[in-house]
Design a binder for this molecule. Structure first.
Ligand code: FES
Length: 356
């Protein structure tokens, strides 16, 4: 199982009034462990007022850049983000798990691709990493980024984006859309919705066929942008999406499932080559929470079905997933599940955390 490692905060910088950039030093010996694919995120843990908090933050660094940088939007009342904004200082340590997540690009220096990126608000964080890495690592590829915000002053990483545009003027298209600020051109005003996607693509892509698209923002934006891209002829498996700000959903008890004849399940997990078992009652609690109650720690971060830190392979038995934003269709097909969203529906299940 991936472990948490203490990483030192080596820089902390205000990005906008309500967002931060935090740089984490990764010692040379740990760099292979923290090697990441652009677009992935880091589960981070700390203790605030005696309470252990765990959150997931996307990496904004380009491939091969150290220290690792993350973007943090400070949410009013958000325990971790307010701690990061008000108390975390350079020199402090955070417990950090190696990069994870299925929202990423597989780079190939021989690629000659045209990529689209659609980001809203802090959704720019992983897309900045993806765009940087593609432009640096695929000399034949181009990237068109459409980035929506309320106002210019609330736009995260704006200086990084202008610097990237200066570095790659012919291969990066950079277009901002602002919803609460007058714009000289109508096309730059409003929200990134289906209509805006059609308008932006018609105006700036001019029949250029996109090979892959990366979309990151709130749930409603993902749904509309994905549908608009599909409408324009992109295949579903070339559109990659990551949802930000998805609320945690309580799971309903598995009452109507007919398969089980008793209301407890024996859960066996394989992790790092070892087997552990515990019994859980099928009363609406997830496998991750039931395991914790039995003294078995399973990996998790968001517990909202988004980050896929809890991804595991169901080798035997059946489960029902309440929500899945973190797994691709092929992974579900292949038997992978999100343990934070899964409840057993059979009397015994076997979960293999060692299967990649
Ligand atoms: S912990 Fe994030 S998807 Fe399960």
């Amino acid at each position: 199982m991936k472990q948490f490692h203490p990483l030192k905060v080596v820089a902390k910088q205000q990005e906008t009034r309500d967002s931060l950039r935090i740089a984490l030093d990764v010692p040379e010996a740990l760099r292979p462990t923290f090697a990441f694919q652009p677009g992935q995120h880091l589960p981070i843990q700390t203790t605030v007022d005696g309470k252990r908090l765990r959150r997931t933050y996307s990496i904004c660094s380009g491939l091969g850049d150290w220290p690792l940088e993350i973007g943090v939007r400070v949410q009013p009342g958000g325990q971790f983000s307010e701690f990061a904004a008000n108390e975390l200082a350079v020199g402090d340590e955070l417990e950090v798990m190696p990069p994870t997540g299925r929202f990423h690009v597989d780079l190939d220096s021989d690629n000659d691709k045209f990529y689209l990126g659609f980001a809203a608000g802090s959704g720019i964080t992983p897309i900045l990493s993806i765009a940087r890495s593609i432009l640096n690592g695929e000399p034949g590829s181009r990237f068109a980024l459409f980035y929506g915000n309320r106002k210019q002053r609330s736009t995260m990483f704006i200086e990084d984006l202008y610097a990237l545009k200066n570095q790659y003027p012919d291969r990066l298209q950079l277009h901002f859309v602002f919803s609460r600020e007058d714009q000289e051109f109508e096309i730059n005003a409003g929200r990134i919705d289906a209509e805006k996607v059609a308008e932006l693509c018609a105006h700036f892509c001019r029949g250029d066929h996109a090979d892959e698209a990366f979309v990151c923002g709130p749930d409603s934006m993902i749904t509309t942008v994905t549908a608009a891209l599909t409408e324009r002829g992109m295949l579903a498996d070339t559109i990659h999406a990551e949802r930000f700000g998805v609320p945690r959903r309580a799971m309903k008890p598995v009452a109507e499932e007919p398969a089980a004849s008793k209301d407890t399940t024996t859960v066996t997990v394989i992790m790092d080559g070892h087997k552990k078992s515990f019994d859980m009652v099928r009363d609406g609690v997830s496998i991750v929470d039931a395991a914790a109650g039995s003294g078995v720690e399973l990996p998790y971060s968001c517990k909202g079905g988004v980050c896929a830190t809890c991804r595991t392979h169901l080798r035997e038995g059946d489960v029902r997933m309440a929500t899945n934003y973190g797994l691709e269709p092929w992974e579900v097909e292949a038997g992978f599940v999100l343990a934070c969203q899964s409840q057993p529906v059979s009397e015994a299940i076997l979960l293999d955390y060692d299967k990649a």
